[in-house]
Design a protein around this ligand. Structure first.
Ligand code: CU
Length: 159
């Protein structure tokens, strides 16, 4: 005896919809657990050592104001001034010089140094192999007496 199944268009549509949703969930899982080569953020890609490649763009900025006595004060800043990464991350910092002619800097606790110049980009790369909070200090503007404090903070979190 032959059985005849009648499949209506609505049923086909429902089956296809469920299948498409299943694929979406699978791809979503793949993005988190790399089953599929899905990269949602090219700036945060898992590498062979488990650390991510993390990129920040930092601009040199300037705050300026006039005191009641007419004296003008100013402070140069890194923007953003707070960076958060995880231990083992491969960190790339692109510094863009906007305000201020020259900003020689160092990341204290890491052997990272460079100089940012107006209108130019300076890039440093390093592996965040020590956990803790580390100052990104402009050596020309390290405190209030020298048009600062131009100090940022690199937070390296334990995994
Ligand atoms: Cu500076």
């Amino acid at each position: 005896m032959t059985r005849l199944y009648v499949v209506r268009g609505r049923t086909v549509l429902a089956v296809l919809t469920v299948a498409a949703l299943g694929l979406l969930v699978y791809a979503w899982d793949g993005a988190r657990m790399p089953l599929l080569p899905v990269v949602s953020n090219p700036d945060a890609v898992s590498g062979p050592g488990g650390g991510r490649a993390v990129t920040f763009h930092i601009v040199t900025g300037e705050f300026k104001t006039r005191l009641p006595d007419g004296k003008e004060i100013e402070a140069y800043r890194w923007d953003p001034g707070t960076l958060v990464v995880h231990k083992g991350d491969r960190v790339t910092l692109h510094f863009h010089g906007v305000n201020g002619a020259k900003h020689p800097f160092e990341i204290r606790g890491y052997n990272v140094r460079g100089t940012v110049e107006k209108g130019k980009q300076t890039t440093v790369q390093f592996v965040a192999d020590r956990a803790g909070t580390f100052e990104i200090v402009c050596l020309t503007h390290p405190d209030r007496a020298h048009h600062g404090p131009m100090v940022g903070y690199l937070h390296v979190l334990e995994r």
